[in-house]
Design a protein around this ligand. Structure first.
Ligand code: CO
Length: 460
């Protein structure tokens, strides 16, 4: 029996534990080891890494990808893509999505995991199509959630549609760590029965279920699981790579991993973890088990946002009311999975409803956009009375929202002008305009300084 293991230390573990602040310089010397370990793939790009490179680390994300590719010659490089949102938080026009996907593959990505927060597959079809054309392995993703309308049949239907779209594998993405071992067993079994693609399972250890969930998923036939090297595992991150390796090797699974190299990788990252703990970048709380997500059926990140929002308004005592309001708001919105950005939208609206003392007296512009159809179609029925009141006579969008967007690439090229040195730069600018422009300016400045120094050196 074969079991493939993906290592997430460079992306999801990095994002979940230390706010994606791992710089290339910090992990450069681990890349040879990571390439040698025998992983199925290295999740190393996409998600929040792109934004973080430009905004906080002063790194060109495309250059980071090329540098990883240069060292990791044997292991598949993997990225996470939010469908029509790419790596940002709004929908981009199709020409931008296509160019971004093409450039990602050109710069070294082998596997693209594509998802949409609402599981509205129209929002991933362009990215999937372009990734297939570019020759990447496309992992079509379903966002796992629980609600009165989400059931096995619904997920199996999504799986079949992903297969029909031409995806090469199906990823079950449990971003909140709420998928129980039994639910994972049933879901993977049902997918295995109804689609012929490999099944990838992604979960988080947040609620303490992660490792058990992976065990039952593999017993049900999952082909790939996501793990993080032990010193960057647990809590809001993934279950530990080494523990999973020992568990499944003993059970007779062939993972292809070399335990000695895994030990070396962990030894490499240990001082980085220690330093992050010392600086406060890594808050020990996120490494703990937090079962609140199971009690309240909201993801951990959403709960901590609610707490800080209420604290800021001196209303922490209203938390139980807000938590009771969350499922009602979610019902009104047709049960969106609680993942960025819907988790934030639902949380803020629930708190507003409680604090104002009248439901939907104030409605956030994000909820307006959602009810207008700008994020796609809700999984369930939206409260139509609420929608009509909020939209004030404006008809909701029923087509794919990106169909209404003008092409964006040429316009962006003209806007950014000489500051962009490549098509990759233009794409960085389209994705995060202000942040990218600031980054380009800083880069120019650096170049000018280097030039000055080299001239003075010649004159000496
Ligand atoms: Co994740």
């Amino acid at each position: 029996m074969k079991l493939n293991i993906t290592e997430t230390v460079l992306r999801d573990a990095n994002q979940s534990l230390i706010a994606t602040r791992l710089s290339f310089d910090q992990f450069e010397n681990a890349l040879e080891l990571l390439d040698k370990a025998g992983y199925y793939s290295l999740e190393c790009w996409g998600g929040a890494t792109f934004d973080s490179c430009l905004r906080f680390l002063g790194e060109d994300p495309w250059e980071r990808l090329r540098k990883i590719r240069k060292i990791c010659k044997n292991t598949k490089l993997q990225m996470l893509l939010r469908g029509q949102n790419l790596l940002g938080y709004k929908h981009y026009p199709d020409d931008v999505v296509r160019a971004f996907v093409r450039k990602s593959v050109e710069n070294g990505i082998d596997i693209i995991r594509v998802f949409d927060a609402l599981n509205d597959l129209r929002n991933i079809e362009v990215a999937v199509d372009e990734a297939l054309k570019a020759g990447a392995h496309v992992s079509g993703t379903l966002c796992y959630t629980t609600s009165p309308i989400h059931n096995l049949d619904m997920f199996v239907e999504l799986g079949k549609k992903l297969e029909a779209m031409g995806c090469h594998s199906i990823c079950v993405k449990d971003m909140a760590g709420i998928m129980t071992p039994k639910a994972a067993f049933e879901l993977v079994s049902a997918l295995k029965k109804n689609v012929s693609l490999p099944i990838v399972v992604h979960t988080h250890s947040t609620t303490g279920l992660g490792a058990m969930t992976l065990l039952k998923a593999v017993e049900a036939g999952a082909d790939v699981i996501d793990c993080a090297i032990s010193c960057f595992s647990g809590g809001t991150s993934q279950p530990p790579t080494e523990s999973m390796y020992y568990t499944f090797s003993e059970m007779g699974y062939e993972t292809g991993l070399n335990p000695e190299v895994l030990k070396q990788i962990n030894d490499y990252f240990k001082p980085i973890q220690k330093e992050a703990l010392a600086s406060g970048l890594l808050n020990p709380i996120v490494m703990n088990t937090d079962t609140d997500a199971l009690t309240y059926q909201v993801p951990g990140g959403m709960l901590s946002n609610l707490v800080s929002q209420l604290k800021a308004q001196n209303a922490l005592d209203r938390l139980p009311e807000v938590l009771a309001e969350v499922p009602r708001v979610r019902e009104d919105l047709g049960y969106p999975p609680l993942v960025t950005p819907s988790s934030q939208m639902v949380g803020v609206q629930a708190a507003t409803n409680v604090l104002v003392g009248e439901r939907y007296k104030n409605v956030s512009k994000e909820i307006k956009a959602y009810l207008h159809g700008e994020y796609g179609t809700a999984p369930g029925k939206v409260n139509e009375e609420l929608r009509a009141r909020v939209l004030e006579g404006v008809e909701p969008v029923t087509c794919r929202f990106a169909d209404l967007l003008e092409p964006g690439l040429e316009k962006a090229k003209a806007e950014i002008g000489d500051l962009a040195k490549s098509e990759e730069d233009v794409l960085s600018y389209v994705a995060f305009p202000q942040v990218a422009e600031k980054f380009f300016n800083a880069r120019e400045e650096k170049l000018r300084n280097t030039a000055k120094y080299s001239i003075s050196a010649i004159e000496e």
